[in-house]
Design a binder for this molecule. Sequence first.
Ligand SMILES: NC(=O)c1ccc[n+]([C@@H]2O[C@H](COP(=O)([O-])OP(=O)(O)OC[C@H]3O[C@@H](n4cnc5c(N)ncnc54)[C@H](O)[C@@H]3O)[C@@H](O)[C@H]2O)c1
Length: 335
Amino acid sequence: MNHKIIKKKIIKIFQKFNLSKNHSKISADALINAELVGAYGHGLSRLKMYCERIKKKVINPKPKIKIKKISQNIFHIDADNSIGFVAADIAIKLAIKNTKKNGLSLVAVKNSGHYGLSGYYAEQAVKKNLITLIFTNAPPAVAPHGALKSLFGTNPICFGTPTGSRVPFILDTSISMINRGKIRVAARNNQKIPEDVALDKFGKLTTNAKKALEGVQLPIAGFRGSGLAWMVDILSGVLTGANNAGKVKDPFDDFSGPQNVGHLFITFKSNLFEKDFKKRIKKNIKVIKKLPKIKGVKKILYPGENKFYRYKKNIKKNIAINQSINDDIEDLLNQ
Ligand SMILES: NC(=O)c1ccc[n+]([C@@H]2O[C@H](COP(=O)([O-])OP(=O)(O)OC[C@H]3O[C@@H](n4cnc5c(N)ncnc54)[C@H](O)[C@@H]3O)[C@@H](O)[C@H]2O)c1
């Protein structure tokens, strides 16, 4: 289906669930973008879940979002349990606007929800020639190093910078070896998962997807990844006033209250210290791309390049929607 047609349907659905037209559009844009960059786990497969959460009053469709100015560079947003896309949209736009004036911004958000892809917000800052760091916490999925219980979310770490070309550098990576959606699909299809990505409930490495779902996911790079996940939980949760230490609720199966996810957005001008940043980064990338390559590798890519080209290709094509998501959309339109 054409992405413009799907977007219209999504906007209509969110409006039916009492979001304003503007908030519906912001949310639909983020979902369609996730589909177009190929991040299906953060796209239309979540639409039904957001609507369920609105219906069960754990997402507030008419939030009274408060922005507290702490200094000329620092802002604290209480998102009033809005859908995460709206809180993140307000935060990144505020950060960008303020950075143009003051060179640097720090925007913390509490009482938010799942906002999709950090890179989507990073791109907006990079388009305005800014460098950005973005953090969000997420519900428990990953065991802290040495623990036999999931506590950290897949807590993505995102860094974006202009490159002096039209393709931004966006490193946007979760801290788990594998995403939970992939384990769920493998379990449904009786497929094995890779080694070294999950433990069973007894703490033994497993390639059995069903056993992995009963056990825990592992962080990237052992204790180093665990440390990074912890850092994200502190920056997004402890610092901002949001839930943390395993308290962020799972949006799919915990309707006992709002998620209270936290986010942190840092943006600053790329030429704060050296006027010729663009020239310097172009040279930096050129040196790395020219390195001799290992067998099978034609091109060294920088983070974000793959998603940029995938988006460019996919925007010209129809979005393939599987039957169950199509059924969800039709069902939600008729509610
Ligand atoms: N909101 C949430 O709670 C939440 C939680 C987890 C993940 N996410 C989002 O999910 C998305 C996917 O995360 P992921 O960890 O699966 O990402 P990924 O593994 O697809 O990519 C991670 C990073 O590696 C880069 N990359 C990939 N292949 C590369 C190559 N060959 N050479 C150089 N760089 C390469 C990508 O551009 C990206 O920056 C992210 O956008 C993230 O923000 C959101």
